[in-house]
Design a protein around this ligand. Structure first.
Ligand code: ADP
Ligand code: MG
Length: 553
C-alpha cells in the first residue's frame, strides 16, 4: 500500500516556485538529474574503497537516459548508491541543506527575480517539476533487499511504496507535461546532454539514432577528465561546460586556472574563479562546490576543508593527485601532509593569479574585488602565514581618488606618502559618501595627506589588529593623538600656545559638557568645522563603539 506524506514546508515553497517559474531555460532539469546520478555513482565508488563487503566494478558504473515519446516519459537511471525509504523521505521530501534554506530566505516574492535565481543556480531534483506533471523515483540502496518507489505530482504530497528493482541504484522517471513533451525526442536529449553534461565523469548512455542499432545504447559524453588534458588542447567552451556541469558554476567563469605539477608533488588541478556566487553560497560555510579532491581519477571528497583557505571559498574546481592512497580516510584528509602541501601550492597559485589580474587586467580585477574582496579581507584576520600575500592584493577606497570606484593598494599608498609622513592614515565609516565629507579629513585635505576610507564592516575589525604594514603604523584619523610627525611641527606649537591662551574657556566648556566627554582640547585639525568628537588614546573608534553598543555591550 502506498503511503501518502506531506512535503516539509520549505520543500512546498520551493516546489511551488519551481513549477510556476517563468524561467525559460527549462532544459537544465536534465543537467540536475544527471549530476545527481553522477554524485550517486561517486558515492558508491568511494564506499567500495572504504567499506568491506561493498565491491564494485568501476567499469560498470554508468548513467542511462531513456525516452518514451509515446508516453511522454524520460527515465534517468544510475547504478549508484541508491536510496532506502528514509533517504527518500529525508533527501527528496525535505529540504535539508542549509543552502536551499538560505536560498528561500533570499526570495523577494517578485516572481521574475526569483525565477531568475533558480535559473542561475538550479535547485536540484525539484527542477524536474518545471517540465513534469509527475516524477517517480524508484530506488534500491546498495546492500538492501527492498526497493521503494517515491512519487509526486508536485502538489503538497508525495507517496512511498515498495517497488521492484533488481540491482541497486536509482531510476528517475519524468512524466512530461504536454507542453514539454518534445523533451522526449532523442535529438533533443542528445543536444541538451552534450551542452550541459558533456564532462560528467561517468558514461552517459542514450539510445542510438542509427537505424541498424535501434534500441542499443551508446555513450554520448566524453569521460576523459578535462583536467588531465593539456590546457593547450582544451577549448574555452569545454572549460565553461565543465564549470557548470561538474562544479555547480553559473555562466562563464571569470578566471580559469589549469595547472599540472610533476616532481616533488604530482597533481593536476583545474580551478575556477566564478563571476559571482549564488546568495546561499556566499553565506553558507558548508558549501558543496568548493575544490573537489580526486585521487588517481577517483573522486574522494567534495569539499576538503582547508585545502585552500576559507577566504578563497568562492573558488570551485578539481584537484587530482597520484600521491595519496585510494583508501585515504576522509576524516584524516585534512591533516594529511600531502594534501596540505598541495593545498599550499594551490593557494600560492591563486595569490599569484590574482596579483597578475590586478596588474594586467585592472577592470577585471575591479569586478573581482567588488564580488569577493570582503571575503578575502577575512584572511587578514585569520591567516597570519599568508599575511604578506594578502596585503599585496587587498584594496581600499581612499582620498587619492574622487569616487568609490577608486581603490588603492597599500603599495600605491606608501608610494604616494609625503616626505616626513610616518603613518598610514585611515578612516572607518558606513559609506564612501559620508566618509569623504567627514570633518576628520579637513586637516588631511589641507595638507594633502592621503587617507584610506574604509567602508566594509570587516575593515573595522581587521585594521586595528594589522599593526604595521610596510613598516608603517596604521593610524585612525579619529585617534585623539594624531601625531602627524614632521608634517605639523608648527601646528603643535600653535596648539600649545592656544591651549594656554584659551585655558579658562576650555575649562568652562568642559564643565558644561561634564560627563559626556573626558577632555576638551584645542586643535588645528579643523579648517571649516568649529569642533569635532575624537576618540581618546586607547579607546575604540566611534564606529566600533557604535557596533558594540548595538550588540548590547
Ligand atoms: P543536491 O544534489 O544539491 O544535494 P538535489 O535536490 O539535486 O540536491 O538532490 C537531493 C538529494 O537527493 C541528494 O543530495 C541525494 O541525497 C538524493 N538523490 C537525488 N538523486 C539521487 C540519485 N540518483 N541517487 C541517489 N541519491 C539521490
Ligand atoms: Mg543535485
Amino acid at each position: 500500500m502506498a503511503e501518502k506524506m506531506e512535503f516539509k514546508s520549505e520543500a512546498k515553497q520551493l516546489l511551488n516556485l519551481v513549477i510556476h517559474s517563468l524561467y525559460s531555460n527549462k532544459e537544465i532539469f536534465l543537467r540536475e538529474l544527471i549530476s545527481n546520478a553522477s554524485d550517486a555513482l561517486d558515492k558508491l565508488r568511494f564506499l567500495s574503497l572504504t567499506e568491506e563487503g561493498v565491491s564494485v566494478d568501476p567499469e560498470s558504473l554508468r548513467i542511462e537516459v531513456r525516452s518514451d515519446k509515446e508516453n511522454k516519459r524520460i527515465t534517468i537511471s544510475d547504478n549508484g548508491i541508491g536510496m532506502d525509504r528514509d533517504d527518500l523521505i529525508q533527501n527528496i521530501g525535505t529540504i535539508a541543506s542549509s543552502g536551499s534554506k538560505a536560498f528561500l530566505e533570499k526570495l523577494s516574492g517578485d516572481q521574475k527575480n526569483d525565477s531568475n535565481l533558480i535559473g542561475q543556480f538550479g535547485v536540484g531534483f525539484y527542477s524536474a517539476f518545471m517540465v513534469a506533471g509527475k516524477v517517480e523515483v524508484v530506488s534500491k540502496k546498495v546492500g538492501n533487499d527492498t526497493a521503494y518507489r517515491w512519487s509526486s505530482e508536485g502538489d503538497t504530497t508525495f507517496e512511498i511504496e515498495e517497488a521492484g528493482r533488481l540491482e541497486s541504484g536509482t531510476d528517475i522517471i519524468v512524466h512530461l507535461t504536454d507542453e514539454y513533451a518534445d523533451y522526449a525526442e532523442n535529438w533533443k536529449l542528445r543536444s541538451i546532454i552534450s551542452k550541459h553534461s558533456n564532462f560528467v565523469a561517468f558514461p552517459v548512455m542514450l539510445e542510438s539514432t542509427d537505424e541498424e542499432k535501434k534500441g542499443e545504447l551508446e555513450q554520448i559524453n566524453e569521460t576523459k577528465p578535462l583536467w588531465l588534458k593539456d590546457s593547450k588542447e582544451v577549448e574555452e567552451a569545454d572549460y565553461e561546460d565543465f564549470f557548470s556541469s561538474a562544479c555547480g558554476g553559473f555562466g562563464k567563469p571569470m578566471k580559469t586556472i589549469h595547472t599540472s605539477a610533476e616532481g616533488v608533488m604530482s597533481y593536476k588541478s583545474l580551478l575556477f574563479i566564478p563571476q559571482s556566487l549564488s546568495p546561499f553560497e556566499m553565506n553558507n560555510i558548508e558549501r558543496k562546490h568548493g575544490v573537489k579532491l580526486y585521487v588517481k581519477r577517483v573522486f574522494i571528497d567534495d569539499n576538503v576543508k582547508d585545502i585552500i583557505p576559507e577566504y578563497f571559498r568562492f573558488v570551485k574546481g578539481v584537484v587530482d593527485t597520484d600521491d595519496l592512497p585510494l583508501n585515504v580516510s576522509r576524516e584524516m584528509i585534512q591533516e594529511n601532509p600531502v594534501v596540505r602541501k598541495i593545498g599550499k601550492a594551490l593557494t600560492n597559485k591563486l595569490f599569484s593569479e590574482i596579483k597578475k589580474m590586478a596588474k594586467k587586467k585592472p577592470e577585471e580585477f575591479s569586478k573581482f574585488w567588488n564580488e569577493f574582496g570582503q571575503i578575502i579581507k577575512e584572511g587578514l584576520h585569520t591567516d597570519y602565514e599568508n599575511r604578506e600575500k594578502l596585503l599585496e592584493i587587498v584594496r581600499f577606497n581612499s582620498t587619492a581618488g574622487d569616487s568609490a570606484e577608486y581603490r588603492t593598494s597599500f603599495d600605491e599608498y606608501v608610494e604616494r606618502m609625503k616626505e616626513g609622513q610616518k603613518h598610514i592614515y585611515y578612516l572607518c565609516g558606513e559609506d564612501y559618501e559620508s566618509l569623504s565629507n567627514s570633518p576628520h579629513l579637513e586637516l588631511f585635505k589641507q595638507k594633502e595627506i592621503e587617507v584610506m576610507l574604509l567602508t566594509d564592516p570587516i575593515d573595522q575589525f581587521v585594521f586595528p589588529g594589522l599593526g604595521t604594514v610596510k613598516e608603517k603604523e596604521l593610524k585612525s584619523v579619529t585617534a585623539g593623538d594624531l601625531d602627524l610627525g614632521d608634517l605639523d611641527k608648527d601646528e603643535k606649537e600653535k596648539e600649545e600656545q592656544e591651549e594656554k591662551r584659551l585655558k579658562k574657556f576650555l575649562g568652562r566648556v568642559k564643565n558644561i559638557l561634564d560627563d559626556s566627554v573626558s577632555d576638551v582640547k584645542v586643535t588645528t585639525r579643523l579648517t571649516d568645522s568649529p569642533s569635532c568628537l575624537v576618540a581618546g588614546e586607547g579607546t575604540m573608534n566611534p564606529q566600533m563603539e557604535q557596533m558594540m553598543r548595538a550588540m548590547g555591550q
